[in-house]
Design a protein around this ligand. Structure first.
Ligand SMILES: NC(=O)c1ccc[n+]([C@@H]2O[C@H](COP(=O)([O-])OP(=O)(O)OC[C@H]3O[C@@H](n4cnc5c(N)ncnc54)[C@H](O)[C@@H]3O)[C@@H](O)[C@H]2O)c1
Length: 329
């Protein structure tokens, strides 16, 4: 039987590539649509690559017509909080306008199922509250604001054009494919786990901790971390919810456990059995103090149980990926 195509925007990026692997394993044909602005050609291993920018409507129309996907998984975005604070226009254009082009192309092509990668950054600073799907969204940076705007657009397209969407909100994704085929590598890298492992390996002089005077037990920010393979399993389950006619839904994907930056550093030292060179720096604009979300709804409705998301497992998998020959900083 021919595998059913699913269009994966951003399939050459970190999470998108892992999603392609999970889709292929579940029997789908993941067709990557990616401009390679931050992604990697060599990460597209599980289906074809259609190079193109989301802003290019004619290219999107041609790709949708060629593959006639049953759904789109939409990961492509810019996601650097600091850059978004300094240049919000870039984020509104790259994330919101591009997503609008995608939604319009999907409506024109009659493709009415979407799995969307949103973020807990849409919540902003919520004063220690454990986040869930009903927590009001009050983003404090342009990245979070752009993602919330896309969520709003998706709802409007649902009402007007029958688009059904599963929206996932998650914060810190970490780890790598346990089989070592793909892993995390952003350019530039700003994520804590790869950065600190690069410092451990001597590939960068030290990890900078951005802010040590936050109102948390050790003064550093607290985040909820999910293993990338657990995360993409939820995306496949979300897709199957749509395909079985159960309709759109919003899900938070977190473990409900927060780790401070210092706790992650300590775990990395223990897993690698090496010191983590680090220095303390000032706070970064746009960083929330504590972002932790549970997954009660995803567990109840999608049967989602994060199995690899212990901090030790995420660091061990990321470390193995970084140790391979050819890892570039
Ligand atoms: N990594 C995390 O911890 C995290 C947490 C929450 C949400 N997210 C969201 O998950 C998604 C994927 O994140 P990631 O970490 O894999 O990022 P990534 O940068 O590794 O991947 C993004 C991919 O999208 C592509 N892309 C970007 N803009 C494009 C455009 N206009 N047209 C075509 N392709 C384009 C890039 O080339 C890249 O391959 C993003 O939407 C991000 O906001 C990530």
């Amino acid at each position: 039987m021919t595998a059913v195509p699913v269009l994966v925007t951003g399939g050459a990026g970190y999470i998108g590539a892992h999603a392609c692997k999970a889709l292929a394993r579940a029997g789908y044909l993941p067709v990557t649509y990616d401009s390679l602005v931050t992604g990697w050609r060599e990460a597209v291993k599980f289906g074809p690559l259609e190079e193109g920018d989301l802003a290019d409507r004619a290219r999107l129309d041609a790709v949708l017509a060629r593959w006639q996907p049953v759904a789109v998984m939409h990961f492509a975005a810019l996601s650097l909080v600091g850059e978004a604070m300094a240049d919000p226009g870039k984020y509104w254009r790259a994330n919101v306008l591009s997503s609008l082009t995608l939604l319009e192309a999907m409506a024109a092509a009659g493709c009415r199922r979407l799995v969307f990668s949103s973020t807990c950054a849409t919540y902003g600073d919520q004063d220690g509250v454990e986040l869930d799907e009903d927590t009001p969204q009050r983003p404090i940076n342009a990245y979070g604001a752009s993602k919330r705007a896309i969520e709003d657009m998706i709802r409007d397209f649902g009402a007007a054009h029958g688009l059904e969407a599963v929206i996932f909100r998650y914060f810190n994704v970490a780890g790598a494919d346990p089989e070592g085929e793909i892993g995390e590598q952003h350019r530039p890298e700003t994520h804590l786990v790869p950065l600190l492992l690069e410092a451990v390996a001597g590939a960068r002089p030290a990890l900078t901790i951005h802010g040590t005077d936050y109102p948390t037990p050790d003064g550093t920010c607290i985040r909820d971390y999910v293993h990338v393979t657990d995360l993409v399993d939820a995306h496949v389950a979300g897709l199957e919810r749509l395909l079985s006619g159960q309709g759109g839904r919003v899900y938070c994907l977190g473990t409900g456990t927060g780790f401070s930056v210092r706790e992650v550093v300590a775990a990395a030292g223990a897993v690698t059995n090496r010191p983590v060179p680090m220095e303390e720096g000032p706070r970064r604009k746009g960083d929330a103090v504590r972002l932790v979300c549970g997954s009660t709804r995803a567990t109840a409705e999608l049967g989602w149980v994060p199995e690899r998301s212990s901090m030790e497992q995420m660091i061990a998998d990321a470390w193995r990926w970084q140790q391979r020959p050819g890892y570039r900083v």
